[in-house]
Design a protein around this ligand. Structure first.
Ligand code: ADP
Ligand code: AMP
Length: 213
C-alpha cells in the first residue's frame, strides 16, 4: 500500500503516519526527518537543506526528489510506504508519479489531514521533538512522562528552530502557494481522502483506518 499524507505543517501528518506505519507494517518515510538526520550528522546535504529549512522555505525539488527516490528504492519499501511531507510541490508529485508508472504501480491513497491555519500556530509552538529519535510530543496534547525528556529513548526534547512563530507563518504561506495545489492533483486521480484533523488524534486515526481498511 502506497500512502501520501497531505496537510499543512503541524496538521498531524507525522503523528498519523507513525501510527499507520505500525498498524500496516510499512515504513514511515519523512523527508523532513531525513533532512534533520543529515543536519545532525553534519553532512553536506544537511548543510544545504538547513539553509532553506531555517527560513521556512522548501528545499529545492531536485535535491528533495533525489533523496526520496533513493529512500523508496530500498528493500523495506517494496511492499509500500507512507510518505510524510513528500510531495510538497506539483513537480515533486509528477516525478513520483512517473517513477511509479515506470514500475507499473500507483499511489493508493492521498490522505489530507485538514486543520485550519488558526489552529496551526498553537500546535507548532507546543510541539517538542526528540533530538535523537525524532519522536514528537505536544506540551498540552501529548506530554512526555518527564518534562523535556523523550519517553522512547531518554534524550532531550527541543522546540524545532522552524517551529518558531515567524517561521511557521512563512511555512504556512509556502504551504498555501506550493503544496495545497496537490489536493486537486490527487483529487483528479481519484485517490484523495479528506479527514478532519482538528479532533483528538485517536479519532483522526480511526477515520484514517476506516478509509484504509
Ligand atoms: P506534521 O507532521 O503535520 O507537521 P505533527 O504530527 O508533528 O505535524 O503534529 C504537530 C503537533 O500537533 C505535535 O506537537 C503533535 O503532538 C500535535 N498533534 C498532532 N495531532 C494532534 C491532534 N489531533 N490534536 C492535537 N494535537 C495534535
Ligand atoms: P517537515 O518535517 O515535513 O515539517 O519538514 C521540515 C522542513 O523540511 C520543511 O519546512 C522544508 O524546508 C523541508 N522539507 C521537508 N520535506 C520537503 C519536501 N518534500 N520538499 C521541500 N522541502 C521539504
Amino acid at each position: 500500500m502506497k500512502i501520501i499524507m497531505l496537510g499543512a505543517p503541524g496538521a498531524g501528518k507525522g503523528t498519523q503516519a507513525k501510527m499507520i506505519a505500525e498498524k500496516y507494517s510499512i515504513p514511515h518515510v519523512s523527508t523532513g526527518d531525513i533532512f534533520r538526520a543529515n543536519i545532525k550528522n553534519g553532512t553536506d546535504l544537511g548543510k544545504e537543506a538547513k539553509s532553506y529549512m531555517d527560513k521556512g522555505e522548501l528545499v529545492p525539488d531536485e535535491l528533495t526528489v533525489r533523496i526520496l527516490l533513493d529512500r523508496v528504492a530500498q528493500e523495506d519499501c517494496k511492499n509500500g510506504y507512507v510518505l510524510d511531507g513528500f510531495p510538497r510541490t506539483i513537480p515533486q508529485a509528477e516525478v513520483l508519479q512517473s517513477e511509479l508508472n515506470k514500475q507499473g504501480t500507483d499511489v493508493d491513497f492521498a490522505i489530507n489531514v485538514d486543520v485550519p491555519d488558526e489552529n496551526i500556530i498553537k500546535r507548532m509552538s507546543g510541539r517538542r521533538a526528540c533530538v535523537t529519535c525524532g519522536a514528537t510530543y505536544h506540551i498540552e496534547h501529548v506530554p512526555p512522562k518527564t518534562e523535556g525528556i523523550c519517553d522512547k529513548c531518554g534524550s532531550e526534547l527541543i522546540l524545532r528552530d522552524d517551529d518558531k512563530e515567524e517561521t511557521v507563518k512563512n511555512r504556512l504561506s509556502v504551504y498555501h502557494d506550493q503544496t495545497q495545489p496537490l489536493i486537486d492533483f490527487y483529487s483528479a486521480k481519484g485517490v484523495l481522502k479528506n479527514v478532519d484533523g482538528t479532533v483528538d488524534m485517536m479519532d483522526v486515526f480511526n477515520a484514517i483506518t476506516n478509509i484504509l481498511g
